[in-house]
Design a protein. Structure first.
Length: 84
């Protein structure tokens, strides 16, 4: 996974898995449709920096943790956010 956008998508997927959240949950947080989240996660559309900031705040982590990759993103999660 060499691209920054690919790393971001992997981080979001990992955090979603760790927290038990769905694309529909993220859509509610972002104020978009589930379809828009799906397009961003498949790479058809891009995540914006504002999306990163909103999701990071929602999960209680720094936006840079999302950009650093899935390991950093999941390790940064507060214990209360983790379901597994």
């Amino acid at each position: 996974m060499s691209s920054l956008s690919g790393r971001l998508r992997a981080s979001i997927a990992a955090v979603m898995f760790q927290t038990g959240q769905t694309q529909r949950d993220l859509a509610r947080v972002l104020g978009v449709t589930q379809g828009q989240v799906s397009r961003r996660q498949t790479g058809t559309a891009s995540w914006s920096l504002q999306d990163c900031e909103v999701l990071a705040a929602h999960w209680g982590i720094d936006p840079l943790d999302l950009l650093a990759g899935p390991t950093q993103a999941t390790e940064a999660l507060p214990a209360r956010e983790q379901t597994s």
